[in-house]
Design a protein around this ligand. Structure first.
Ligand code: VG1
Ligand code: CO
Length: 541
């Protein structure tokens, strides 16, 4: 029984950096999820196709899955592969899309944003390559939501998503699969599991904070069950619809329990955390935090120590606001390097085309060509593999890295929930000043270039403009400013700060101290307090 339900466009269904994210009550609102889902199927086509479906387990995930399944069946899809309980980490969903050669997948997630009846929800579409839909596709979906008049819905009972196995829904096959097993098998092909088992058997201690989000079952299976890490290594391991009230954003502010333990007297050898949907990671050594930009650089320099990357890397890509630490490694290795706009969708073509093997963002995202999403647990396993081979502490590995390449001091300052008009006014005013900046002196530094980053995809030639304001200095320092595209309330201003120290002296400063002149320059050039009323950031990473 397929019903054609009349509807009308709902304003604002425009996907941002990573899918459509809104407050949960908005998503639960009449026709909201249905309109967007129909727009997805109208753009990519559903008839006879196979999709993957899963989410990060947040509030409304289970209900949304039933709606999407009924709509997929009504739109003529042949088969949907669903993670048990409607759960799949984002990297696991990307893997299932590729493994089963499906026509794409729908991921229900608002990633690192809090979950719950009054918090955030999100939906995004991933392409047959396993990666987030590019801008041309998300734009088409948005346009479709602006003209939609009806959607297709199958009248049927709920599918049993608790039980692994095959069912039918109307004429469509629904395969409920274990969310972990295929992903864990992929990890076994990339990393030296016997060496990692030996590491843990030798007394290596680790803490993994899954933050009550989707990674828990993956981390328990891989770290504790397969690699023999002590029971209880993974904390907050049970995914909860409201993430237990945690803010599942793996940074020093929100993963403060992990940070306290790693900086404390009985710190284990290695600490890690992941986000709501399992694509982000934070890595911490005993007494030392690893900035995501440094993590990407260290992984690039050492990836060949893991079996999956023993042949070396084709190239490395980083998002523009990410520090240039990885570039220095690429140059030393003589491999290609790329600088893309923020968001994993921009890495897809480079990975598909074999131009790069590793990618990373300053926002705790690292990944490789094994899937088409960033992958938190993958990054943690690569670090473990490197630690197992090098038999050094995280602190020693970082110190050696900086001694060899110099150190890109780096920090991101987030100013959250600014009134959108104020944030827009500040960026507009800043843009207007850019042409006059080169040659000017500020805080004893000379500005050499200032622009609004535009990216031409080297594979398909598509152009993405206005991806962030950059101000570059003669000494290699840099300021980047952009507005977040994942928030659901007001505007979040991200200020990215970088300063290079070649060494051998001055490699051990506190990043905030090392960056102090750059921070002052950023505030002054953007007239940040004047426009926003803020003088201190809400979150510093
Ligand atoms: C943020 C990060 C960006 C990341 C995106 C999605 O976007 O800065 O690097 O790709 O989140 O990550 P924005 O537009 O808010 O700066 V996730 O783990 O939220 O899917
Ligand atoms: Co995420």
């Amino acid at each position: 029984m397929i019903t054609t339900v009349p509807t009308q466009p709902i304003a604002g269904q425009k996907p941002g950096t990573s899918g459509l994210r809104k407050k949960t009550p908005v998503f639960i609102g009449r026709h909201y999820l249905e309109n967007f889902t129909q727009a997805i199927f109208d753009v990519v086509g559903a008839k006879g196709k196979t999709f993957v479906l899963g989410g990060d387990g947040r509030y409304f995930n289970d209900r949304a899955a039933q709606v999407i399944l009924r709509m997929a069946a009504a739109n003529g899809a042949a088969r949907v592969i669903v993670g048990q309980g409607a759960n799949l980490s984002t990297p696991a969903a990307s893997h299932l899309i590729r493994l089963n050669k499906t026509d794409g997948g729908i991921i229900m997630s608002a990633s690192h944003n809090p979950g719950g009846p009054e918090e955030d929800f999100g939906v995004k579409f991933n392409m047959p390559n396993g990666g987030p839909a590019p801008e041309s596709v998300t734009e088409a979906m948005f346009r479709r939501t602006e003209e939609i008049t009806e959607y297709q819905m199958l009248e049927a009972q709920d599918v049993d998503l608790a039980t692994v196995g095959r069912q039918t829904l109307g004429g469509m096959i629904v395969d409920v699969v274990d969310p972990v097993s295929d992903y864990a098998a992929l990890m076994e092909t990339l990393f030296d599991f016997p060496a990692l088992r030996a590491l843990f058997a030798g007394g290596f201690r680790m803490r993994m904070d899954a933050m009550c989000a989707v990674t828990g079952p993956y981390a328990v299976e891989i770290l504790e069950n397969r690699l023999g890490a002590a029971q209880g290594t993974v904390t907050h391991a049970t995914p909860l619809p409201d993430f237990g009230g945690m803010h599942p954003d793996p940074n020093p502010t929100w993963a403060h329990e992990l940070m306290a333990e790693m900086m404390g007297p009985d710190a284990p050898d290695f600490g890690a955390a992941s986000d709501g949907d399992g694509d982000r990671n934070m890595v911490v050594g005993r007494g030392i935090y690893v900035s995501p930009s440094d993590s990407l650089a260290v992984l690039a320099a050492n990836a060949h120590l893991a079996p999956g990357y023993a042949r070396g890397l084709a190239g490395v890509a980083r998002s523009m606001p990410t520090s240039a630490a990885a570039d220095r490694v690429a140059d030393a290795l003589g491999i290609a390097k790329f600088e893309t706009p923020t968001g994993w969708k921009f890495f897809g073509n480079l990975l598909d085309d074999g131009k790069v093997t590793l990618c990373g963002e300053e926002s705790f995202g690292t990944g490789s060509d094994h899937v088409r999403e960033k992958d938190g647990l993958w990054a943690i396993l690569l670090w473990l593999n490197i630690l197992a081979v090098r038999k050094q502490s995280v602190a020693d590995i970082l110190a050696e890295h900086w001694a060899k390449y110099g150190r890109n001091y780096y920090s991101r300052h987030d100013f959250e929930a600014i009134a959108t008009d104020k944030a827009d006014a500040m960026i507009t005013a800043l843009r207007a000043t850019l042409p006059g900046l080169p040659g000017q002196q500020i805080e004893g530094m000379t500005i050499t270039a200032a622009d609004d980053f535009a990216y031409t995809d080297p594979v398909d030639g598509s152009v993405s403009a206005k991806q962030g304001v950059r101000i570059l200095f003669a000494d290699g320092s840099r300021i980047v400013m952009r507005l977040s595209g994942t928030g659901t309330e007001g505007a979040t201003l991200r200020v990215y700060l970088e300063r290079y120290a070649a060494g051998p002296d001055g490699l051990d400063l506190d990043p905030q101290e090392a960056l102090a002149p750059v921070i002052r320059a950023a505030h002054s050039l953007a007239r940040l307090t004047e426009f926003t009323g803020r003088d201190a950031p809400d979150v510093v990473t």
